[in-house]
Every structure is written in structure tokens, then in C-alpha cells.
Write a protein that binds this ligand. Structure first.
Ligand SMILES: CCCCCCCCCCCCCC(=O)SCCNC(=O)CCNC(=O)[C@H](O)C(C)(C)COP(=O)(O)OP(=O)(O)OC[C@H]1O[C@@H](n2cnc3c(N)ncnc32)[C@H](O)[C@@H]1OP(=O)(O)O
Length: 218
């Protein structure tokens, strides 16, 4: 399966690259937020656009031919910088860092105005996006990774833009299927809950999840 890439980068160099990737992602995230809420006049809009286009041209001077994929290094560090939820260089991804505990994973982060659906509330699709990842990460954390087969979400109340907490856990496994569940909550309480079935596809069975798929304990 393409997109799973082994790259040997010396540890110190990789640390530096991770820092730079995070900084670039953070700068563009700031730009995305500013683009949604800016109230400047026509002249400043034109000035900002010129700078943005100039920055894009610099970045496009050298680029990879595909999406980023999942890259892993011999020191065990994985890079999924293009991931739509936790890719540090993907400005569409909220600034999220997942924490893995023995029996669950969690994260706390802010959802800005670019994630709006109903006024002042997080878009339902964004909630699905985040829950998919947190449940999938819970399955990975428990050593049973898989692709999302089914995801069921119950939206309990609107999720206000701003700080949220997400949690996910693996409930059980059955053969190639991992059953996970999780929640999104805010200061207002539980906002959405989900159950998901994550399945190890046929093509991946028999591969070492950490070495060949780049997930798990690597
Ligand atoms: C590569 C793995 C890990 C990589 C990801 C880690 C990233 C970390 C987190 C990422 C988070 C984000 C993650 C993403 O965004 S993943 C991206 C979104 N998901 C997809 O694109 C998945 C597309 N579908 C597929 O690839 C395959 O159809 C899957 C993988 C689902 C099945 O595969 P395959 O067709 O080869 O398997 P099988 O036919 O041998 O069936 C096996 C068993 O599963 C049962 N079944 C089948 N389909 C479904 C279904 N839809 N619901 C419930 N059950 C289903 C089936 O009855 C059988 O049961 P049983 O008869 O054994 O009882």
C-alpha cells in the first residue's frame, strides 16, 4: 500500500524538522482564523493577499508529488503531518495533541471560528472528523488499529466554538474488528458521543502494524 513510507532522518535533524513543521502549521492556522474574522478594508485585503500569494509561491518552489502519507523513522517517531485532525503541518487540522493513557486517549484544544456550522457552534461534520480520529487513535493505542468501517454519532447538544475535550477508548475486539467509543464535551457538558467499528482490512492482515503500517508501538 503506497503512502506508508520509511525515511531515515537523524534524530536531531528530525527534532528540528518537527519544530519547523509545527511553527509553519501554527502560522497558517493563525492566518486561517484571521481570514475568517478579519474586518479590514479593501486596501488591506489586497495587501494581505499579495503576501499570502508570495508565501505560497515560496512553498511551491519544491514539493512532494503526492500527499504526505505516513512516514516513520528508525528511532520510532512517526510523522502524519498531512492528517486532517492531528497533522502538525496541516492548517485544516486544529492544534491538537492526543495523550495516550493505559485505557483511553484524550485531548483538549480550541476550535476557532473556521470550524463553525450553526452560528457560534461547531459544524457537525467537524465533530464527526474529530470523533473518527479519537476513536481510531484509541484502537491504535490499544494495539488494534483499523480503518473506520462504521461511525455512529449522537449529537446531544450544540458544541460551542472554543475549548473542547475529546476522549476515546477501545471497548472490545472481535476478530479483525475493534469496537471503540468516545465523547466530545465542553464546559456545558457532554455534546456528542460516538461508537465506531475499526477494521483491519484484508490487505493489511499479517503485516506488522508498527513496522509496515507505521501505527502502534513503533
Ligand atoms: C491499515 C490499518 C490501520 C491504519 C489506520 C490507523 C490510523 C489511525 C486512526 C485513524 C482514524 C481515522 C480513520 C479513517 O479515516 S479510515 C478512512 C475511512 N474509512 C475507509 O475509507 C474504509 C473503507 N472501507 C474499507 O477499507 C474496508 O471495506 C474495511 C476496512 C471497512 C473492511 O475491510 P475488508 O473489506 O478487507 O474486510 P472484510 O470484508 O474481510 O470484513 C471483515 C469484517 O468486518 C465486517 N465489516 C466490513 N465492513 C464493515 C463496515 N463498514 N462496518 C462494520 N463491519 C464491517 C465484515 O462483515 C467482517 O466481519 P466478520 O464476518 O469477520 O464478522
Amino acid at each position: 500500500m503506497s503512502g506508508y513510507i520509511t525515511e531515515e532522518i537523524p534524530a536531531e535533524e528530525l527534532t528540528r524538522q518537527i519544530e519547523q513543521a509545527r511553527e509553519l502549521g501554527d502560522s497558517v492556522r493563525r492566518l486561517v482564523t484571521a481570514t475568517v474574522v478579519t474586518d479590514v478594508g479593501e486596501e488591506e485585503l489586497a495587501e494581505a493577499r499579495a503576501h499570502i500569494d508570495a508565501a505560497a509561491e515560496i512553498l511551491e518552489r519544491s514539493r512532494i508529488d503526492s500527499s504526505f502519507g505516513l512516514r516513520f523513522n528508525s528511532d520510532g517517531r512517526l510523522r502524519n503531518w498531512g492528517n486532517a485532525v492531528e497533522g502538525i503541518r496541516n492548517p485544516l487540522a486544529p492544534p491538537v495533541e492526543f495523550h495516550a493513557e493505559a485505557d483511553h486517549v484524550w485531548a483538549e484544544f480550541d476550535l476557532g471560528p473556521q470550524y463553525e456550522g450553526p452560528p457560534g457552534l461547531v459544524h457537525g461534520g467537524v465533530i464527526g472528523l474529530i470523533l473518527d480520529q479519537v476513536l481510531g487513535n484509541a484502537a491504535v493505542n490499544a494495539g488494534s488499529p483499523g480503518m473506520t468501517g462504521t461511525l455512529t454519532i449522537r449529537y446531544r447538544q450544540g458544541t460551542a466554538l472554543g475549548p473542547i475535550r475529546v476522549e476515546g477508548r477501545l471497548d472490545r475486539t472481535e476478530g479483525h474488528k475493534s469496537f471503540a467509543s468516545g465523547t466530545i464535551s465542553t464546559a456545558d457538558g457532554l455534546c456528542a458521543e460516538a461508537e465506531g467499528i475499526f477494521i483491519m482490512p484484508r490487505w493489511a492482515r499479517g503485516l506488522d502494524a508498527s513496522r509496515q503500517l507505521g501505527v502502534g508501538d513503533a
